[in-house]
Design a protein around this ligand. Structure first.
Ligand SMILES: Cc1cc2nc3c(=O)[nH]c(=O)nc-3n(C[C@H](O)[C@H](O)[C@H](O)COP(=O)(O)O)c2cc1C
Length: 295
């Protein structure tokens, strides 16, 4: 099992690397061979759209002589391409985007006179992202973009782990994030081994696949103002008092003015959060960690 990981954060000890390092450790412990590229340390130019790569369909053939050559080699040799990036302006960081552009041309022979093959057809791709907004508003566009990128390139997209950064004054890593990162690594390992079985999954698949991963909600009910009851995918039920949110976040005062708003919560982002409207939401992790266990 060979993993090629592209790290796209400028902060070596930042959020994204803290998360992805747990996943890489999981791969190594399972006997995986991991090759990591720290894109901010590399010399990577953007794609020039010269289409020099399209002339010979039998080789990966970019005219630019920079560090992308090492990445092409490693990607062609890997079973899983793991892209780890903070979300910048609703997408990945600039060096990651440069690498994605270089790969979509150099590895897909679609852009010459005639349409040729995808040279990396069938490779698996997974994402690790961190963002400031709730995942459904922070990483959604990048995930959608990568899903389309994979479909176009005949790659197999196998999931994303996204964790939220609550601000520079709040420590990013906590027990829940560590657990979810380890569970995500296990899930990827299973998918790489081709073993389809029940077990911890990343949040995007959790609802449909019956995941046991903690912190993923499958049902929510507003019991009375301002008590939410959430059922998690492992069957646990927790009640959460939303007055905490009202005290902390001014936008939640809207619920005090009109308690009817509170009475209509919805599960969002495949169980990763609860939303009432564009302004009001709470992460599943908050309910998991601070909610009262009922069952
Ligand atoms: C330039 C810049 C742009 C950002 N844009 C977004 C954004 O569009 N959406 C979002 O949710 N977070 C955004 N963020 C927040 C980062 O994604 C978040 O802090 C992330 O966890 C940083 O990861 P790192 O510690 O690996 O650098 C942005 C941060 C920076 C510095």
């Amino acid at each position: 099992m060979k993993i090629c990981c592209l790290k796209g954060s400028p902060r070596k000890n930042g959020n994204t690397n803290s998360l992805v390092n747990i996943i890489l450790k999981g791969f190594e412990e399972a006997g995986g061979r991991v090759t990591v590229y720290d894109l901010y340390d590399m010399h990577l130019r953007p794609c020039l759209a010269c289409r020099g790569c399209q002339k010979d369909w039998s080789i990966v053939n970019c005219v630019q002589n920079d560090d992308m050559a090492k990445i092409f080699e490693s990607v062609m040799d890997c079973d899983l391409l793991l892209l780890a990036t903070p979300i910048y302006s609703w997408y990945c960081t600039a060096p990651m985007k440069a690498a994605l552009d270089r790969m979509v041309y150099a590895l897909n022979m679609y852009y010459g006179g005639e349409r040729g093959p995808s040279l990396w057809k069938g490779k698996k791709v997974a994402l690790v992202t961190t963002c400031g907004y709730p995942p459904e508003k922070g990483s959604d566009l990048f995930e959608d973009g990568i899903k389309r990128y994979c479909k176009h390139s005949q790659l197999e997209y196998i999931g994303m782990l996204c964790e939220r950064h609550m601000g520079y004054k709040v420590p990013f890593m906590d027990y829940g994030k560590e657990e979810r990162a380890a569970a995500f690594a296990e899930d990827l390992i299973r998918k790489l081994s081709g073993i389809m079985q029940e077990g911890p999954l990343h949040h995007a698949d959790a609802e449909t696949a019956g995941s046991e991963m903690k912190g993923v909600i499958r049902r929510v009910t507003a019991l009375k103002p301002f008590i939410l009851e959430a059922e998690f995918t492992g069957g646990e039920i927790r009640q959460y008092d939303c007055r905490k949110l009202i005290d902390e976040f001014p936008a939640f005062q809207a619920m005090v003015r009109d308690p009817e708003i509170f009475m209509h919560p919805k599960v969002a982002c495949a169980g990763y959060g609860i939303v009432w409207n564009d302004e009001l939401d709470v992460a599943s992790e908050e309910i998991w960690e601070k909610g009262k266990v009922i069952g």
